[in-house]
Design a protein around this ligand. Sequence first.
Ligand SMILES: [Zn+2]
Length: 500
Amino acid sequence: MAAAEDTAAAAEGAPPLHLFNSKTKKKELFVPRVNGKVGMYVCGVTPYDSSHVGHARAYVAFDVLYRYLNFLGYEVNYVRNFTDVDDKIIKRAEQNGEDTSSLCTRFINEFHTHMTELQCLPPTVEPRVTEHIKDIVELITEIIKNDKGYVVDGNVYFSVSSFPEYLSLSGRKQDDNLAGSRVAVDPKKRNDKDFALWKAAKEGEPSWESPWGDGRPGWHIECSAMSARYLGHVFDIHGGGKDLIFPHHENELAQSRAAYPESEVKCWMHNGFINNCGEKMSKSANNFVTIRSIMTQYHPMALRFFLVRAHYKSDMNYSDEALEIASDRVYYIYKTLHDCDETVSLYREENISVPVPAEEQKLVDGKLILFLIVVKQKLEQQKKKQQQKKQQQQQIPQNKPEDHIQALAALSAEIKSKLSILGLMPPSPLAEELEHLKEKALTRAGLTEESLREQIEQRVAARNSKQFDVSDHIRKDLASKGIALMDEPTGTVWRPCERE
Ligand SMILES: [Zn+2]
């Protein structure tokens, strides 16, 4: 294994990467199949409705992995599909009185908008099922040829009993797999655990020609076909939410290997669930929170920060409070970086390209933000002193660069680079993002810039007339709505805060 350890890194000097493999249930050293290149497939959405926070979690988690692999120097072929033909799509389109393709286009567009807002980088390719029917038919043909599938009345089923490896991914026992417990058992199946590869056409449903008659693909076969099409039969990473382990990924593994026995996914990765106020989000409980509804209240980076705070594999709890905290943290980080930029810009003409001193680098590796704040405070003190001196001398001081300015600039760049790997560094100037965060805070507080300004003025007037109970009440009331007031020499300013 020592040799593998030595050759694992994609780029020279890149640290070894260990990933938890859901199949072996172990953390393993990641060794790409082809040196320097990674093939990654992540199951995408079924675009029949608005995407919810659970989708955001999965795609943010794999976006962080994608970004990190890129950072390590890998060339990543990232494939994420759209399931654009499915029972749910057909049903919803019928309810709406629209055709399935216009329904899908609408929700694919919305999904793309959300992914952009959440700063999820576009995958290399986003294949759609309806554009890969030929690949799917070929794969099913192979499965039948290998005696792992059978045709009944224009339907094709996968024969679970013909594939001894079945359930090797989920680790389930055959008895747990009670196909009949949730849906009526199809009498056409030889075994109630067999699943559909191809569904015979029904009146009014989209269908395609096949050797078994007109019909459409079953759900699972698409990912076997499209992953093979874009990544080959053996590829590095296959991801999705942990609810996909069974039956979707279990069936996918079975189909791929039944058709082509050499098929293999090197590492299966699954992210955890999001609970809503302690309860599992589910359609039946009707407690799904859509990305759209979150975006009306919060800055997209607040949602992203909330999602990346927890380990991708653990379940996490969604609540307004958690989002408020995330929003506050994002404001704090952006404000700090913005203030650093302002401070550094005062010294723009000085040479600030020197490396971070070793002692300060140690701190960077530890309490990054904390250290930045300390350095910033020191600089601000120095800046004030210098401004005083400047006023006295009425000229720009010709002093040597400040002791910490190099460190501040380098640290700020370092933090921005780390935030970029997490996808948390916004493309717009920080000042704009801070304004955006403030706008969202006002929305949550049910205030406008004008109504807040009025309250601030009322408070100033109350303080001036020594009505401190009134001024205190205004401050506390605003704090309970997530608005903090700060009295500065130039006047009262505000920033978003956690609700008190
Ligand atoms: Zn899939």
